[in-house]
Each structure stands twice: as C-alpha cells, then as structure tokens.
Design a protein around this ligand. Structure first.
Ligand SMILES: NC(=O)c1ccc[n+]([C@@H]2O[C@H](COP(=O)([O-])OP(=O)(O)OC[C@H]3O[C@@H](n4cnc5c(N)ncnc54)[C@H](O)[C@@H]3O)[C@@H](O)[C@H]2O)c1
Length: 367
C-alpha cells in the first residue's frame, strides 16, 4: 500500500512531535513530506529533524503554499490555537481534499468551532480528527473500558486533578494571552472536559468555576503586557444524565507524583487512573478498601512514547486507520468535530463563570 503523505502546519514543539510519531508508524504506511511555518528557526529545526530521520522534507513559510504544493494527502495542524480557524477554513475550502488532524483546541471560540463544523459539512469527503489525545493514554483508555463495561455501575461523579508545572515558553510567547489560547480552561483543559463527557457518557448542561492567575507569569511582560492566563481553578460541570464532573487544576504543583489523577465513582464501585504512574485502581462498595485492585496499564502497540506517554502515537494509529478507511468509502474519526466543539464550549463556559461569578449554561455559550 502506498504511504500516506503528511504535511505539518506549525513545526514547533508539537509539530515536530507529530513528525517523530509519524516516523514510528508501521513501516512504509506514512511519511511527512512537507512542513509550513512562518518562523525560520522552526523550519530549520524541522529540516534538522527530518535529516536525522533520514527523510527528505520540503519546507514552506505558509500553509497556502503547502496546500498548493500537492505534496500531501493529509494535513496536521499544529500551529498556535488562534490560527486554527483560518487554517482549517483554507483546508476545507481548498479544491483538493486533504484529511486533517487538528491539534486541540479545535478553535479558541465556540463561534469559530461552529463555522468549522458548517464548512466541514460541505466537504463530506474530508475527514477531520480533533487532537484530544488524552483519551488514548493507556491508563485513561483502560479506565474507560472498565467504566463502559458497567463494573462500577451508573457513573455519578468524575473528578480530574491536573497538578503540574507552569505553561512552557512557546514560539513568540503566543500562549501567554487568553486572546491567543482561548483561556487556560479552553487551551489545556479541553482535554479533561472531553474525558468527563466520555466517563459520564453524557453531554454538559452547566458549569461553575473559580480560578485566577495567582503564582505564575506575574513578572513576565511582553510588548508592555503582563500575561492574563489563569494558573489554577476548580471547575464543576453538571451533565444531562445527572452526573457531575469536577476539575482541580494547579499549574504550580511540580511537587506532585502524578500529573493527572482521575477518579470515577458509580453506584457500585470506583475506578481511578494515574498518569504518569501508569496504573488503574478498581474497587467496589461491597469489596471495601481491602478489595481494591491495582493494575498496570500499558499498550504494546506503542512504538514511541514521546511527550505524552504514547498517546500521540496511538492517536496517529487511529487517525491513519480512519484515513485509509475514508479512501475506501467511509470511516468516522475517533474524535470528531462535535467532541472538539463541546470540549471548547465547557472551557468557554468555565472562563465566563470565573469572570462573572455565576453558573453558565452550555446552551448560553452554544447559542
Ligand atoms: N495534544 C497536546 O497535548 C498538546 C500539547 C502541546 C501543544 N498542543 C497544541 O499544539 C499546537 C502548537 O503548540 P506548540 O506547543 O507546538 O507551540 P509552539 O509555539 O512550540 O509551535 C507553534 C509553531 O507554529 C508556528 N506558526 C505560527 N503561526 C503559524 C501559521 N499561521 N502557520 C503555520 N505555522 C505557524 C510557529 O512559528 C511555531 O513554530 C497548539 O494548538 C497547542 O495547543 C497540544
């Protein structure tokens, strides 16, 4: 089978991470042929990486040139969040069909997500996968299996704690301002709102949040402006089946054993997943504390662990399979545009709730 040809738009940290992941996909199935990035240092880094992998690479300074080149069948959009909308629109309006994997968040606003959905509807032959890759992390995937099997009963509470290091420095510091990222609850927490929807098997109804910028970035100044991105928050999400979600985010918590700790409690039992410890715990009310089982979670398919515990690799395996199936008449992406939209909508509702100190309904942000 001929290799699927990939183009990467945005060759920063994540774009190069995609290049590495694609290079580890099963022999000959996929190849990155081109990259577009306006930043000369990122283009040079992509060329260096391609040469270290022994692969030829064409570089462009804009996504328009990449789309015109005819060098790729698939585009990975890994440019800053605020550029996703314009780039996706150009891909979806291009006469040549390119399948897309767009990094999270789909867009920085609900309005833009909805415009992308409308444009994609007009191009049914184009597959759009949203990069909500935490679903693919082995402990998360294993806990999802447990929950879906009914072992813990009807899910009532989903608590996700992310305690980690501050936002990293990005090219031209785009990630320091809400206007570029969509706000911390959109930018990074869209991952966790996506997981809450999956564990609760329901859609969100309303959101209440409290958060602030309390510790990080306060002494940074860019073009005379101090960053406005929050570094900690509690977010409560109510779902349409009565389940509740709670996010506990702290980005000045380097002194943590795990970066993510997920707890899902049903009316029969409780399941937990720990990243990067890579374990899952399962217990029932009947079995009590003594009955709690701990098991490792690993996925033998992972050929490259990368920066996200193998989840980017598994995401690429799923995406490649969907692209191949799309060529032969039909396949849905593992993570679709509605998933992308709702993960952004919960984040937007959370940001608004912090700003206005009230519950915000999902209906309000979607309309
Ligand atoms: N899946 C994950 O867990 C995860 C992790 C990190 C970042 N991300 C996402 O990946 C994307 C990129 O983040 P990053 O960490 O690589 O940032 P980065 O700053 O390291 O890289 C972004 C690159 O995009 C380039 N760029 C800017 N405007 C562009 C344009 N119009 N067209 C093409 N390239 C352009 C920049 O020059 C830079 O090289 C963001 O959407 C981010 O949210 C996802």
């Amino acid at each position: 089978m001929a290799a699927i040809r990939y183009g990467i738009v945005g060759a920063g940290m994540m774009g190069r991470e995609h290049m590495l992941n694609i290079s580890h996909l099963p022999g000959g199935s996929a190849a990155v042929t081109c990259v577009a990035d306006p930043h000369p240092l990122s283009r040079a880094a992509a060329l260096d990486l391609a040469s270290s992998l022994g692969r030829p690479l064409k570089v462009f300074s804009s996504h328009g040139e990449l789309l015109e080149s005819g060098l790729c069948d698939v585009v990975v959009v890994s440019s800053p969040n605020m550029t996703h909308f314009g780039i996706l629109m150009d891909i979806l309006r291009h006469p040549r069909a390119h399948h897309v994997l767009v990094e999270k968040p789909l867009c920085t606003t609900v309005h833009h997500c909805k415009e992308i959905m409308a444009a994609a509807k007009a191009r049914p032959e184009v597959l759009v996968h949203v990069g909500l890759e935490y679903r693919f992390m082995p402990p998360v995937a294993k806990l999802l299996q447990v929950v879906n099997s009914g072992e813990i009963g009807k899910v009532k509470m989903v608590a996700i704690r992310e305690h980690r290091f501050p936002f990293l420095v990005k090219v031209e510091n785009w990630n320091r301002f809400n206007a570029n990222t969509g706000g911390t609850l959109v930018e990074k927490c869209c991952h966790f709102f996506d997981l809450m929807r999956l564990f609760a098997a329901a859609d969100p109804v309303r959101v209440m949040a409290s958060g602030a910028i309390d510790v990080n970035h306060k002494d940074e100044v860019y073009d005379g402006k101090v960053p406005d991105i929050i570094d900690n928050a509690f977010v409560i999400v109510e779902f349409d089946n009565g389940a509740r979600g709670m996010l506990d985010l702290c980005m000045f918590a380097e002194g943590s054993k795990n970066e993510q700790e997920i707890s899902v409690v049903g009316d029969i039992g409780k399941g937990e997943a720990f990243v990067p410890e890579g374990i899952v715990r399962l217990g029932t009310r009947a079995g009590g504390r003594d009955g709690v089982q701990t098991s490792p979670a690993a996925d033998v398919r992972i050929k490259y662990e990368g920066l996200h515990h193998g989840s980017s690799y598994l995401e690429h395996l799923a995406f490649l399979a969907a692209v191949r199936a799309a060529g032969s008449g039909g396949a849905a992406p593992a993570v679709d545009l509605r998933d992308g939209l709702l993960s952004v909508a919960i984040g937007v509702a959370g940001q608004l709730s912090i700003e206005q100190g009230r519950f915000v309904s999902i209906e309000e942000v979607l309309s």
